[in-house]
Design a protein around this ligand. Structure first.
Ligand SMILES: [Zn+2]
Length: 50
């Protein structure tokens, strides 16, 4: 879990297309934009400022 529960929940609902980098809903089998099946979950690590 990240520091921000709401953001963490929102991020976990998003998948990113490896091909065109468009956002898709988590659970989607194909990218809605290019039809690629190569989706990944959005990174959950929070990049904190130094
Ligand atoms: Zn795509």
């Amino acid at each position: 879990m990240g520091k921000f529960a709401e953001a963490d929940a929102a991020i976990s609902k998003i998948s990113i297309c490896r091909r065109c980098k468009s956002r898709n809903k988590a659970g989607m089998k194909k990218c809605r934009k290019c039809g690629s099946v190569y989706l990944r979950a959005k990174k959950k690590e929070i990049r904190a400022k130094k």
